[in-house]
Structure formats: C-alpha cells, structure tokens
Design a protein around this ligand. Structure first.
Ligand code: PLP
Length: 488
C-alpha cells in the first residue's frame, strides 16, 4: 500500500516544488514512482483538527472471504448489495463534488432504461451488433461536431478519461516511431495535466518532461518550449485542467508540438460538454480562448460523456483529427490461431451498456438540455466561489469561470485555515470533497446535481469553519474526506 502524507493525502508525485521554472524529468527524479511528498507547507495555518490518516468511525463494509457455497435468493442478494451501500456518499442528494454527475430524474430514467436494454450486448464485435457500431459512430460524430472537428475527424468510444488518455499517448508514440523514427519518445506536459498521462508514460515507455505552471496556473510556455525537442512524441494541453479549472493556452501549445512534427492532445475530459455550451449561453463571460479541434495543430482530444455529459460511468470519446491519425490507435493482429483480432482501445470484450446509455442521454438532452444544465452548474459554482472568498482564511485560486474549483488556505490573511481540516468538518456534515495538492486544497467539480443544495453547503461551510477555529485539538467526528484515489 502506498504511504500517505501526515495529512492523509496521497503522496504527490512531483517532488521538487522549488522548481518553478524549467522542465523536470520525473523519471530521472523519482524513477517515475509515487513517493512521499516533501512539499508540506510549514505556514502558520490554523489546523486544530488535523489528524494523521483519518480513520473511519463506522465499521468497514463487510467483506466475505469464501466463495459462496450455495446460491441465495434474488431478494437476499439484492438486499445484501443494498446494505453494502449504506456508507456510500449521498451523491443523489448533491453531496459529492465530483465522482458522480447527476442530470436529474429524467436523465437518470432515460439512462437506466437504455442501460437495461443494452446490459448484455458486447461491443467487441460490431458486425454482430451493428447497433453498437452505429451508436459508437454517432457519439463520435456528434462530439466531433461539437468540438469543431474538420471533415475526416474520426474517433472511438473508450471506458473513460483515463483510457482515452492512454490510447492517445500510445497512438502518439506509434506515430512518432512510424513517421519520425523516434525510439526514445518523450511526452511534454505541465504539472497541472492529469495523472493519467504519467500512467500512460509508464505503461508505454515515454519519458515525461514536466514543466511547472505560472501564477495563473497555466503551463510555463517558455519551459515547455525548452522541453519540446526532436524526441517529443506528444505535447499535452488541458481544457480545463482538473486542479484549478483553468483552460490552457492551447493554440500556443499546439503550435509548439507542430513545430517538431509531434502530436498535441487536448484533455477536454472535463470541459468538452461544458465549454461549448457555456460559450453559447454567455459568450462574453463564459467563453474560453480557442481550445478544440478548430486549432490545426491539435491532433487528438478526449471528451468524457460520463462526467459533465451526465451519462453513467464508462464512456469517453477519443477523437483524432483524421482517420490516418486514428489508425495509430487501432490494434490489428492476425498472428495467432484465433483469426484477425482488431480492437480500437485497451479493452477486448466491452459492454454495450455505457455507450447505449450515453447515446440516450445525449440524444435526450440535446443542445438545449446541455445549455440549461451548464447555466445551472456555472451559476452554482459562482455562488460557491463568492461564498468561499467571503470566508476569512480560505481562498479560491485562479480566475476560472467555469465548473471546477479548489479551496485552499488564503496566503494573504493573518488567519489562514487548513483546507483539509475544513474538509473533515464538512465530511462530518455529510459532504464529500476530494483532496488535492500542492497546494493543499479541497477539490470541487460542480455539476447540476449540486445546484439545489448550494445554500445548505454554504451554511455548513460557515459551521465547519467555526468548528475548525474553535475546536483546537479535537478529532473530526466522521472524517470520511478522501483523496482522489483507491489505495486498496
Ligand atoms: C481533466 C481530466 N482528465 C482526465 C481525467 C480522468 O478521467 P477518468 O476518471 O474518467 O478516467 C479526469 C478525471 O477527473 C480529469 O479531470
């Protein structure tokens, strides 16, 4: 099991915080492995209820060790499953800021009905299931249309953002090898890019060249330009990045990639189903600088329908600028006794359920529905930003105007609050926030399901802050606030 930091946060893979400029090769620094963070701040933050690894106060969910001897009735089995859920976060009451994205009763109903219909179908072979071939093609075409894909844009559906990123990195590596003869490929990315790129680098043998972010949380472009070279297979941009919700300067980044013939992937896992609709709703306030396939140097883009697209888990779209580029993603093999085996992503057998449910949700909501949900979401996020900034001791870094935000200690006050302690106090009130850092912070991906409970959240925040300031030394009541992780 990986070690945790004293705050209970999962160790951060970036170990040289002092390196604000220039590129860092994390493979050289730490062998590409997660490592105990050396970054904990020693600022005089009010931290009265900080504990080592928070221990759950409730009994862990029971785990049977032996294979079931005899079968059980369906009622019994379903009751047992239901019982296992008793300690889960109450996402359907808007109490998670991330993890589950709830588009409301009608959206859930459509998704569940479609899922029931396609529960057993297998998308491994779309000749046997042409329905799934059509569903996949339409999801890709619709997403390409939304993200300004030029004629010829082609994609595949994957199981989620991580798989889309893995496939994009692998495709870029293949392309670099075939077109440019690169055998020691590198990937250039900022510290704000999602951890899945590091996972991909490790799995597919690319050397990460990591650059820091500047004061506005966008990649340090000078450092990025220094890091891009003849071995660069892929340069990464985020729209937006997860930690602070900032959209990177994609045009600049794509140009850098193009200058050496490298691929440029835009991670729009979080933004693809928000930014276009936000720009339609409030062009002056909510538009972002260009970030999608309208930019020529962007070669691939990932768009998660299972996040702000409001589909149930298991669906992301990975688009390539052309079929030629998409070919690098496809595994096509006939050197065994089983015949020709062609798969578009990392899976073999794959469920038809997620893509059918996603198709139904996108079709049900349409542009109008997404515009409505995006307006609700960003208004809720604005209310949260304003409320948090009014609390002495807390800050919302970045000038992001969309749905992602983090809550940190305010470095400009005499009374900064430890965000993890606030998170514990919020957890005791039934709210779930993932932790992040550096800097230490609580993460909020706001979605439409949070909107009805924002007033309640703000009043609980006031109570949580009072607790943190007044209860020095006492342990949190129900410290379930977790890191963004599965350790066991
Ligand atoms: C910007 C970004 N990219 C990629 C991912 C990974 O997506 P998934 O969790 O669906 O694998 C996330 C997840 O939060 C994300 O925020």
């Amino acid at each position: 099991m990986a070690a945790r930091s004293s705050s209970g946060a999962v160790p951060h893979p970036i170990i040289r915080r002092e390196s604000h400029r220039g590129s860092v090769d994390t493979n050289e620094l730490n062998g590409g492995h997660l490592r105990q963070s050396e970054n904990r701040q020693s600022d005089p933050i009010v931290n009265p209820i900080a504990t080592p690894t928070p221990a759950p106060t409730t009994e862990p969910v029971s785990r049977a060790k032996h294979f079931p001897g005899s079968g059980s009735s369906a009622d019994q089995v379903l009751a047992e499953l239901e019982a296992k859920r008793s300690d889960d976060v109450r996402w359907n009451e808007g109490r998670t800021f991330g993890l589950v994205f709830d588009g409301g009763d009608e959206v859930r109903h459509v998704a569940e009905s479609a899922a029931q219909t396609f529960l057993h179908e297998n998308a491994l072979n779309t000749t046997a299931f042409p329905s799934l071939g059509a569903i996949q093609s339409e999801l890709c075409a619709w997403t390409a249309d939304l993200l300004h894909g030029p004629e010829g844009t082609a994609g595949f559906v994957t199981s989620g953002g991580t798989e889309s990123i893995l496939c994009a990195v692998e495709a870029a590596r293949e392309r670099a090898q075939v077109e440019r003869g690169i055998h020691e490929p590198e990937i250039v990315l900022a510290t704000s890019a999602h951890a899945a790129f590091h996972k991909a680098a490790r799995l597919f043998g690319l050397r990460p060249r990591v650059v820091d972010v500047t004061a506005d949380w966008t990649p340090d472009l000078d450092a990025m330009a220094d890091a891009v070279n003849d071995r660069t297979a892929l340069v990464v941009a985020s729209a937006p990045q997860y930690p602070q919700g900032v959209v990177d300067p994609v045009e600049d980044i794509a140009q850098m990639a193009a200058s050496v013939g490298a691929s440029c992937h835009v991670d729009a896992c979080m933004g693809a189903f928000v930014l276009p609709f936000a720009a339609m709703e409030e062009p002056d306030m909510w538009s972002a600088p260009p970030w999608d396939l309208a930019i020529e140097g962007v070669t691939s883009i990932s768009a998660d329908i299972h996040k702000l697209g409001y589909a149930p888990k298991g669906v992301s779209v990975l688009l390539h600028r052309s079929k030629t580029l998409r070919r690098y993603q496809t595994f096509d093999f006939d050197g065994w006794l089983g015949g020709r085996y062609v798969t578009p992503n990392l899976q073999g057998t794959r469920s038809g359920l997620p893509m059918a449910a996603a198709w139904a949700v996108v079709r049900f909501l349409g542009t109008d529905g997404y515009r409505r949900l995006v307006r609700t979401t960003i208004s809720a996020a604005d209310q949260i930003r304003t409320g948090v900034r009014a609390v002495d001791g807390l800050a919302v870094p970045s000038s992001c105007r969309h749905h992602l935000l983090s809550i940190t200690a305010d470095p400009y006050t005499d009374h900064p609050l430890d965000p993890f302690s606030v998170g514990d106090a919020m957890a005791a009130r039934g709210w779930h926030h993932d932790r992040q850092g550096p800097p230490d912070g609580l993460h909020l991906t706001v979605s439409a399901g949070n909107a009805p409970v924002v007033d309640r959240w703000l009043s609980d925040l006031a109570g949580a802050v009072d607790d943190v300031r007044s209860s020095a030394g006492s342990a949190p009541v129900n410290p379930v606030t977790g890191a963004y992780s599965t350790l066991e």
